[in-house]
Design a protein around this ligand. Structure first.
Ligand SMILES: O=c1ccn([C@@H]2O[C@H](COP(=O)(O)O)[C@@H](O)[C@H]2O)c(=O)[nH]1
Length: 241
């Protein structure tokens, strides 16, 4: 297995309990992927589960998408940094001051405890479930989804964060606007033949990697597969080609 490529796969542990998440982790043992903990699992299994993943040697993306007043986000970022995660996120729609506050919360935690390492902070531009109609008519932002994504990516860059969450369709436009070292983390990954579900802006794993994304996020195409290990291995194989 190509470990460098496998490290760019983030598996979304969207489960209602730590026990169910552990069953998947056991089946994926030896695959050096990132583990993504989102709201569903964190709100039930909490910080202890994140520490357990770190203890097992995984890189962890804590996907809680903070969106609040700057002072609250700063406090949240401080607490998250203390958990030792490798990446966490906020919503870019919270604004530049809010994103800077997240950076400040990390800085504060690192100053308080020198044994901590600095996590990557990224911001959600537009959810990959959002299509143009939803963007224009419900969210109230005119123009194309790509324009909105690039607008939020620029604000994220301005705030000094490390990258954004977007769909793989927008990777090139983000890199053009913010530079190649600005990270893109892309959900909305659907291997050929897998169910679209609630995702609107999707690409296959191979196409996402060819477009230059740094990380792909995959949930149901692995977790809902009867053989999740084989599904993950096939995705990694496709990423390598
Ligand atoms: O814009 C976004 C931001 C986050 N996500 C998260 O990624 C996974 C995708 O899961 P699938 O089952 O592969 O659809 C999930 O945890 C989302 O919360 C996203 O999809 N889009």
């Amino acid at each position: 297995m190509n470990n460098n490529i496998a490290g760019r796969l983030m598996v979304a542990l969207d489960y209602p309990s730590a026990e169910e998440a552990r069953l998947l982790i056991d089946r994926l043992q030896g695959i050096p992927c990132y583990m993504k903990v989102g709201m569903q699992l964190f709100y039930t299994a909490g910080p202890d589960f994140v520490r357990e993943l770190k203890h097992k040697g995984y890189s962890v993306f804590l996907d809680l998408k903070m969106h609040d007043i700057p002072n609250t986000v700063k406090g949240g970022a401080n607490s998250i940094t203390r958990l030792g995660v490798d990446m966490f996120n906020v919503h870019a729609a919270g604004g530049v001051q809010m994103m800077k506050a997240a950076r400040e919360g990390v800085r504060e935690a690192l100053a308080q405890d020198a044994s901590l390492t600095s996590p990557l902070i990224i911001a959600v531009t537009q959810l990959t479930s959002t299509d143009k109609q939803t963007l224009n008519e419900e969210i109230g932002i005119p123009g194309t989804v790509e324009e909105a994504v690039v607008h939020y990516a620029r604000r994220t860059f301005e705030a000094g964060l490390d990258g954004v969450v977007a769909s793989p369709l927008e990777v090139q436009a983000i890199k053009d606007a913010c530079g190649t070292s600005f990270k893109t983390v892309t959900p909305g990954i659907r291997p050929q033949g897998s169910a679209q579900g609630d995702q609107s802006r999707t690409l296959t794993p191979g196409e996402a990697i060819r477009r230059g994304t740094d990380f792909i996020v995959v949930g149901r195409p692995i977790t809902a597969n009867a053989d999740p290990r084989r599904a993950a291995e096939q995705i990694i194989e496709e990423m390598t080609l």
